[in-house]
Design a protein around this ligand. Structure first.
Ligand code: PXP
Length: 241
């Protein structure tokens, strides 16, 4: 199975917004990533619009040929935007206003009925729904029971362990990810992974055969400063396959 890479371009918008200018343009970044072999583009429309804005989503949807994966918090406003713009995929993520980045996976024990209803409404528009979860078997099982098509396993703890050279922790979190990927696959879920991935952590985690897609953002935007986006994406594509 060929593994896919989704490029998260949120931080292109972060740079734009830092100066209050209209460049760098996230649409340009999305089109460039597409031309360099990205399999999909991920954007996270946050409640505070701190990076991607509504008009970015509309423009990217209009011009991009590869699938768009919209990350969104499970609330009414975002649900309406998703139903209206119809991205190819929606990844439901938890969102806290003050966090720097998405800190953990969804709590699927809370508001189950509410989440199930949101998932149903999105799927009705033929949008594939993914849930961003911690690598825990119970969360994989709950995702299946709630009707998700895919899960995205949060790789934050694993990546931190790799970055900080904590070998034991890296090994145990890797095993958790592997078990969850296997469990999800057996349930018929498509298994994705993301958060904090670098060349090094991606090279390790790519050995898990049941993970079909990696969504990577911050490191790609960062590394593009030094290597250029084309070389960065090509290097990741080599690593994952
Ligand atoms: N996947 C999900 C669900 C995320 O929320 C994020 C961060 O927005 C990513 C992947 C990408 O993480 P990073 O920017 O650390 O590569």
């Amino acid at each position: 199975m060929k593994k896919r890479i989704g490029i998260n371009i949120d931080h292109v918008a972060t740079i734009r917004n830092a100066r209050g200018e209209n460049y760098p343009d996230p649409l340009r970044a999305a089109l460039a990533a597409q031309s360099f072999g990205a399999d999909s583009i991920t954007i996270h429309l946050r409640e505070d619009r701190r990076h991607i804005r509504d008009n970015d989503l509309v423009r990217i949807k209009r011009y991009l040929k590869i699938p768009i994966n919209l990350e969104m918090a499970p609330n009414k406003e975002m649900l309406n935007i998703a139903l209206k713009t119809k991205p190819n995929f929606v990844c439901i993520v938890p969102e806290k206003r003050k966090e720097i980045t998405t800190e953990g996976g969804l709590n699927l024990n809370k508001n189950r009925k509410y989440l199930k209803n949101i998932i149903k409404k999105i799927k009705k528009k033929r949008i594939r729904v993914s849930l961003f979860i911690e690598p825990q078997i119970s969360a994989v099982e709950n995702s299946f029971l709630l009707g998700a098509d895919c899960i995205e396993l949060h790789t934050g703890s694993f990546c931190n362990a790799v970055n900080n050279k904590k070998k034991g922790l890296a090994k145990s979190t890797f095993e958790k990810l592997k078990k969850c990927a296997q469990y999800g696959k057996n349930l018929g879920l498509d298994v994705h992974a993301g958060h904090g991935l670098t060349f090094k952590s991606t090279a390790i985690i790519s050995k898990i055969k049941n993970i079909s897609e990696f969504n990577i953002g911050h490191f790609i935007v960062s590394e593009s400063i030094f290597l250029g986006m084309k070389n960065t994406i090509r290097k990741f594509k080599k690593i994952i396959n």
